[in-house]
Design a protein around this ligand. Structure first.
Ligand code: FES
Length: 141
């Protein structure tokens, strides 16, 4: 009676399976942790003394933030300068009276409505409160 030798023993195959599952499990940690740390439900906030930022009818950037403010007909208005295509920072060109996105060329009118794609949704308005000589503004990001 002769026995054929197998290439791998049962123990070796099970060990390889365990190691493979371990590597796959570790490989899944990054995307899962990235998902859990996503910016959903985060709130961007900014505050500035109104004396430091006398408002005009054209949009003005609030410091180094993505908040822009202007004096509207019904009080202070806020805009969150994130393109609705893929989130690049847009800036307001007061000569053209357009919001311009440097990434893929979307343009928005002064009220944030899209006038040229690829973005199809308007810019997000930021909530602004005037309180005790300060402008307080916030936006979900
Ligand atoms: S991110 Fe603005 S056009 Fe694509």
């Amino acid at each position: 009676m002769t026995f054929e030798r197998t290439l791998y023993s049962r123990r070796q195959v099970l060990s390889l399976g365990r190691k493979t599952l371990l590597v796959l499990g570790i490989g899944c940690l990054y995307p899962v942790s990235h998902y859990l740390r996503a910016k959903e439900n985060q709130l961007a906030v900014a505050r500035i003394a109104s004396s430091e930022m006398p408002l005009k009818i054209h949009w003005q950037r609030l410091g180094q933030t993505r908040f822009w403010l202007r004096q509207g007909n019904d009080g202070v208005e806020g805009m969150w300068a994130s393109c609705t295509h893929l989130g690049c920072e847009v800036s307001y060109n007061s000569e053209q009276e357009l919001w311009l996105c440097p990434c893929h060329g979307s343009r928005f009118n002064r009220d944030g409505q899209p006038v040229q794609g690829p973005a199809v949704n308007p810019l997000a308005r930021a909530e602004v409160q005037e309180k005790d000589g300060f402008y307080l503004t916030s936006q979900k990001v």
